[in-house]
Design a protein around this ligand. Sequence first.
Ligand code: NAD
Ligand code: GLY
Length: 350
Amino acid sequence: MISIPVTASRNYCVKIGSGILPCLASEIHQLTKATRVAVISDSHVWPLYGESVQTILSDSGLEVCSYVFPAGENSKSGDTFLKILNFLAENRISRSDCLIALGGGVVGDLTGFAAACYLRGVAYIQIPTTLLAAVDSSVGGKTGIDLPAGKNLAGAFHPPCLVLCDTDTLQTLPEDIFRDGCAEVIKYGILYDKELFNRLLGQGLSFDRESVIARCVELKRDVVALDEYDTGLRMKLNLGHTIGHSVEAASHFQISHGKAVAIGTAVITRAGCKAGICSQETKDHILRILEVFGLPTRTDYSAQQLLTHALSDKKRTGETLRLILPKDIGECIIFPMETSALYAFIQEGL
Ligand code: NAD
Ligand code: GLY
């Protein structure tokens, strides 16, 4: 098992390894005074792992209740959020008790936000079961829900007290969803780590999960330590996301987040290369790795369609949008761009 300490407004560890789920009970007893635990999960993950988690917890003397909602981004809503809060109250979860997010990023974001708000804040543990959740959403304390006006428009920073990533749970993940998570893994290589990038390029989908997840978590941990509240450096984690979110929104979320981020990364890399920000070789390497992982690099949406959605990006400040652009493998820059210049830039990248 690899244990990675995270220093933030609340310190916690990310533990990664095969078969580590049974450690959950002893971790809860060490980290909290909980007597009751509420496990929040979705309709795909609960049938796979719910019973084991419930048994692990109840065998250690904890009272366990569970709330399971329909899988999918549509559930990351105010409606589910309120249902979870009411469920916690009905089950008399107290301030010293603990919530458990058992699932992917949707479960993690919802549970984390419920933990931030219920009784003005209770402890929660992330058990990420998708690659994306393991390398990104379970770490860093961003929690939230979507509003009808857009994704992640309500939320809070509320770090978990532990992230327990049992890599065995990734074995049941459909390959397509695993591939989506790979887009975020590749992102860390492009942003910060040429060696990771080259390892991924060489090994493709068969990369060693435990060590690669651990490396991504270390990289995210370092960013969160410098900019927990997302006022500067943390925005680099949005590499490929501005155009990626536009692709997602334009497709009415029929194109998955990972594939949209891959397209977004390819578009800004091509455009950045034409603008002289990265070399032809760097551009070719980035497009190549996306292809090696079976991720798309092109979209049929027009620059105008993508622009319309990009302009509602919540990271826009006035008339300026900050794009993250690759300069070299392992080095990206924050590039402020007037919204009036964005159309031409996107057009260059299509
Ligand atoms: P998800 O949670 O919807 O999971 C994808 C699908 O995989 C779901 O159908 C789920 O039921 C299923 N699944 C999960 N684990 C499984 C397993 N082990 N076996 C079989 N099926 C399994 O999506 P995701 O990609 O994990 O997360 C996306 C969400 O994460 C988005 O809402 C995004 O906004 C959010 N996110 C948050 C942060 C953050 O910092 N908080 C960062 C990145 C993404
Ligand atoms: N996934 C973006 C962030 O955590 O900031």
